[in-house]
Design a protein around this ligand. Structure first.
Ligand SMILES: [Zn+2]
Ligand SMILES: [Zn+2]
Length: 488
């Protein structure tokens, strides 16, 4: 886009107010407005976020490019932040405002992303004349889709063409990322804007890596807390749901990955801001391996087959009546050794899930000791533990991905969206209420993901069986049975 702008400026030197109306750029605004249109279209921003002089701001408002909206809507029964859609009264607070010298509300809910003050407006670029130019040959992905993936991909393109929403219910390891590449390509080539949103930072980062190598000639940005990407006006955006609060009616195609994952699944605000980021005339595609009942009401395409055609791995239950007592002493019972002994390929990496941050830290030394005893590792640096607020979270996950670690102990943060090619999985205290049935299906799906090693073990170490465990195993068996029945 910068090149286009440079060319135009050169061509129109000294004629900066001239109107450009070029069908190839689909641009019909004064040249001097163009940089602002590029920067702000599809955005909903506070004045501080605009980074613009007072004079220019007044011009853009006067000429009706920027629309001024209230930031906090207060009625007798309801108070709502129109940026983050927070409407619970306890998430607002009063401030003695230095700007207007009054005392009024501000929103605490989206405070981390710049303070929204009741006396300040929000600004929305609602001019529709800027769209991206059409791109040829955007998709450079070298792989091939399986029949099942092609079937899903066609349905997704069809939904996009008809501007209808779709749920793609694709089992873990079915390659749902690659499955949406054709519909993303289709939209980008037409100059449309695309967003892939996920509740999980790890998923955003992994998705970004994959699209970066697959798509060329297109601007891509990944947005998550702490991300350094400045190109928020990129044509293809990979974002956490939270970051979408700065967007409004921006995307023609919105793909929501891991749509049943926490916190998106239970947070109405996140749902509202995610939906708001899509244009009214557009398509939302929901992706998950474990849809809940309400998601299943959407028009659905079901992909029951893993891309390598091998079945999903059914967890083995390992009862240990000493388990809870041992864990209190930061120890593991003898059944853990039995699990280690029963693995057919000890060279596979070990991904161990625990229900709490405390256990992820407490058990590290014990797991190191046992793995050294079994000669599975030589050095304690081959084991790490990770949880949501771990500062070195990405680094540790990358080390595990690069096989620099033998074992990674994790909370549920890695239950979905991440791919390691050859792992065995152990869930310690799978009977803890933290693990719901969808989560257990997702966790089981971390094993057997590559065609080089489509197998693997999944062990649930438990004291009691639970409804969640029973349902997860029933669902996994059901999906395997469907795979056998369906010829796609
Ligand atoms: Zn807010
Ligand atoms: Zn004020």
């Amino acid at each position: 886009m910068k090149d286009i702008l440079k060319k135009l400026i050169k061509k129109l030197a000294g004629e900066s107010d001239q109107i450009i109306d070029s069908s190839s750029y689909r641009l019909s605004i004064p040249l001097k407005v163009y940089p602002y249109a590029l920067k702000y279209h599809g955005k909903l921003l506070t004045k501080d976020e605009l980074l613009i002089s007072k004079q220019k701001l007044e011009y853009l408002i006067k000429e009706n490019y920027l629309k001024v909206l209230p930031s906090i809507n207060q009625t007798a029964n309801n108070t709502e932040c129109l940026r983050c859609k927070n409407n619970s009264f306890e998430c607002f607070a009063l401030i003695d405002c230095k700007r207007c010298l009054n005392t009024h509300l501000y929103c605490r809910s989206c405070l981390q992303m710049n303070r929204v003050l009741a006396c300040e407006s929000l600004y929305y670029w609602h001019d529709k004349s800027i769209v991206f130019k059409e791109i040829e040959q955007v998709n450079h992905w070298q792989g091939e889709l399986t029949n099942a993936q092609q079937y899903g991909a066609k349905k997704a393109i069809n939904a996009f063409e008809h501007q209808t929403d779709k749920l793609i219910w694709a089992v873990t390891g079915s390659g749902k990322t690659e499955l949406v590449f054709p519909v993303i390509t289709h939209a980008l080539e037409q100059g449309m804007r695309v967003c892939v949103a996920s509740p999980r930072v790890d998923v955003v980062k992994e998705f970004r890596l994959r699209v970066e190598s697959a798509f060329k000639n297109v601007s891509i940005a990944a947005l998550y807390a702490g991300s350094e990407e400045q190109y928020e006006n990129a044509q293809l955006i990979i974002s956490t749901n939270h970051q979408l609060l700065r967007f409004k009616r921006a995307f023609d195609l919105l793909i929501i990955d891991e749509v049943d994952a926490y916190p998106y699944s239970s947070d109405q605000r996140l749902k509202k801001i995610t939906q708001r980021s899509r244009k009214k005339q557009g398509t939302t595609i929901y992706l998950t391996a474990t849809p809940n009942q309400s998601l299943k009401k959407l028009p659905t395409v079901f992909i029951p087959t893993r891309f390598h055609q091998q079945p999903l791995i059914i967890p083995q239950l390992k009862y240990s009546y000493q388990l809870n007592k041992s864990l209190k002493d930061k120890k593991l019972p003898s059944e853990f050794t039995q699990v280690l002994n029963s693995r057919k390929k000890p060279q596979r990496q070990l991904l161990i899930f625990v229900p709490t941050v405390k256990l992820s830290i407490d058990l590290k030394a014990e797991i190191i000791r046992m793995l050294i005893n079994k000669s599975l590792i030589k050095n304690k640096i081959e084991v790490e533990s990770v949880h949501a607020s771990d500062e070195n979270r990405s680094e540790k996950v990358n080390k595990f991905r690069e096989k620099k670690l033998y074992c990674l102990i994790t909370t549920t943060i890695l239950e979905r969206g991440v791919t390691f090619p050859s792992v065995d999985v152990i869930v310690i205290q799978a009977d803890n209420q933290v693990f719901n049935s969808a989560g257990l299906v997702q966790i089981s799906g971390r094993a057997g993901r590559s065609s080089a090693d489509p197998n693997g073990h999944v062990y649930f170490m438990i004291n009691n069986n639970t409804e969640a465990i029973k349902k997860s195993i029933k669902d996994l068996k059901y999906m395997n049975a469907l795979t056998n029945e369906l010829i796609l």
